[in-house]
Design a protein around this ligand. Structure first.
Ligand SMILES: [Zn+2]
Length: 307
């Protein structure tokens, strides 16, 4: 096995061993996952299997912005070298929809899916949204097979995301220009009126997985537990995180070792797992800005609902 990619992680001891959400930690988590004997599945695998394995992990990556691309490539190659396949959901905006990356990640054998947000893009117009969905799906299918889709849950549209300080400036500028930058739609609502099966799609994690049976874990906001500022990707599940006492990635590794985790869906945003200390710290600073922004947004929406 060629371990080049796997070993090419930052070798700073403090960074590697003391901090969470580092690329090093992700590889350690992957190794624990393999050792646990859980069958690692893509969403397409899970939905098309006649008989499901007794214990499994569905690993899903959401490619939300351009900062995810390079990390996604690195993870895709490492996962390939480690011998398993996962699903990579790409948004369709020009910053993320990168033909070369999609081709190369798919070339490692991973599943590619469409991370859609059409209801927000169409400002809640269902007819317009389904047309957008169809044309974006065609765009993907010119490159590779698409069998599953996953709703994007971020609160900003126009491909905006708080990933750099120049992005924060862009958000402020667009707001000042009076542009509508917030997406307060749940695009999966589209499937109350239309059927994704018509488009050759076999499933959507938020609609096709039973989270009463499958544990939902997500690294959103570089935290496994903090769901306070998650706006759309909250999962009401009886298999609440508290049952497992998971606070950090090391806790998940321990749960995997103990054999208690048996059926799990894990959402990984590639750029949350930094491979150097300066990017790791910069992320923390931007996260503070994001948290304040989301807090303001929640207050704004609550006020709107009560008015
Ligand atoms: Zn997303």
């Amino acid at each position: 096995m060629n371990m080049n990619k796997i070993n090419s992680v930052n070798s700073n001891l403090f960074f590697d061993t003391k901090l969470d959400f580092t690329y090093f930690k992700y590889i350690k988590f992957c190794q624990a996952l393999i050792d646990s004997g859980l069958k690692i599945l893509t969403l397409k695998d899970y939905l098309s299997m006649n008989e499901l394995p007794e214990k499994f992990a569905i690993i899903r990556h959401d490619i939300d912005d351009e900062s995810d691309l390079a990390y996604a490539m690195k993870m895709a190659e490492a996962e390939y070298e480690l011998g398993f396949k996962t699903t990579y959901y790409f948004r369709s905006n020009e910053k993320v929809f990168n033909v070369d990356y999609i081709k190369r990640i798919s070339g490692f054998g991973h599943e590619i899916g469409y991370h859609y947000e059409v209801l927000g893009e169409a400002d809640g117009d269902f007819e317009e949204a389904i047309k957008l969905f169809e044309s974006n799906l065609d765009k993907f299918r010119k490159i590779c097979e698409i069998k599953t889709i996953a709703q994007h849950g971020g609160p900003l549209k126009n491909g905006l995301n708080v990933i750099s300080f120049s992005n924060v400036l862009e958000i402020i500028m667009q707001t000042l220009r009076g542009q509508r930058i917030f997406d307060n739609w749940e695009s999966k609502e589209l499937w109350k009126r239309y059927d994704f099966k018509t488009y050759g799609i076999i499933g959507e994690p938020y609609l096709s997985l039973n989270f009463d049976e499958i544990m939902y874990l997500s690294d959103t906001n570089r935290s496994w537990v903090d769901t306070r500022y998650r706006i759309k990707d909250k999962i009401q599940s009886r298999r609440a995180i508290g049952v497992y006492n998971i606070k950090c990635t090391e806790d998940i590794i321990q749960e995997l070792k103990s054999g208690r985790l048996r059926k799990v869906h894990i959402l990984i945003h590639p750029s949350n797992w930094k491979d150097n200390f300066s990017d790791w710290t910069k992320w923390l600073l931007l996260q503070q800005i994001r948290t304040i922004g989301k807090r303001v947004l929640i207050i704004f929406w609550k006020a709107k609902l009560n008015s």
